[in-house]
Design a protein around this ligand. Sequence first.
Ligand SMILES: C[S@@+](CC[C@H](N)C(=O)[O-])C[C@H]1O[C@@H](n2cnc3c(N)ncnc32)[C@H](O)[C@@H]1O
Length: 287
Amino acid sequence: MSQAAPPIAAVAPPRDPGPFLRWAGGKTRLLRHLLPYIPEQFDRYFEPFLGGGAVFFAIRERARGPIVLSDLNEELINIWRVVRDEPDAFLDALAAYEGKNDEQSYYEVREAEPPTELIQRAARFAYLNQTAWNGLWRVNRWGRFNVPWGNRPFRGYDAGSMAALTAVLQNAAIDLADFRDVLEQPSRGDFVYLDPPYLPVSDTSKFSGYTEKRFRAADLEELASICQDLTRRKVAWVMSNRDTALVRELFADHEVVRMTTRRSVAAQNRRDIEPTQSPEAIVVGRV
Ligand SMILES: C[S@@+](CC[C@H](N)C(=O)[O-])C[C@H]1O[C@@H](n2cnc3c(N)ncnc32)[C@H](O)[C@@H]1O
């Protein structure tokens, strides 16, 4: 006797959301090295150099308490907030960029005055993020986006992925903030993941920054002293960075795990941006 087929689920199960932006220095490749150093459970989670949030997506379920995401890039924080708060209007706004897959369209969007309305602004950001060379977000000293065309089609986002992203962001604070201001908040039991911009390999390195305000050695020194303070306050933290003499010196009081990772294919093709092999350091602030 044949059995009745089980009912087909009317609603597809939620997809497991992951990074929705291309972001220089994204940590997807380093995840498997990082995860063993991150506590299994903690209270609040702080990620003050958010970027594309690869680590947030991987460990968000380890947090028992609120999640605090932040970055100093205003355009980046705007799109994260729009994805959290206005997914439908955002998907509508993306329709304006459909079919703009040629070089001329790209430069027209890039050169036009960015919209002031925040959802429209996020849509422009999504378009440039998907179609710019290597997904870089780089601005000149006047804050104008200046990345060349990447010869990639604009795909937008599908409604299912957007709904899954919106759902996981519901309980997250998403703040436009400098790391110094955010790192006053964590207390015992919380966990902080730090992924500051890597200092340039040389003064002539072409990738000069995510924001108008460059991240410099003095900022890294300040971060190192804030990390000492986090440890004193019994806050666990992990930092990823390029393995340099300065990093080893500044974080000498902590466990530094060193390794080499392969750069992305696109970066390998452009040796002026990053070397093929990248020496990485994971610094572990244990409590
Ligand atoms: C290496 S990226 C983070 C990448 C991220 N972990 C990922 O997986 O995509 C560094 C980030 O730090 C941000 N940033 C630069 N200076 C900052 C500052 N002073 N305070 C907070 N964020 C800053 C940049 O905008 C950039 O998004």
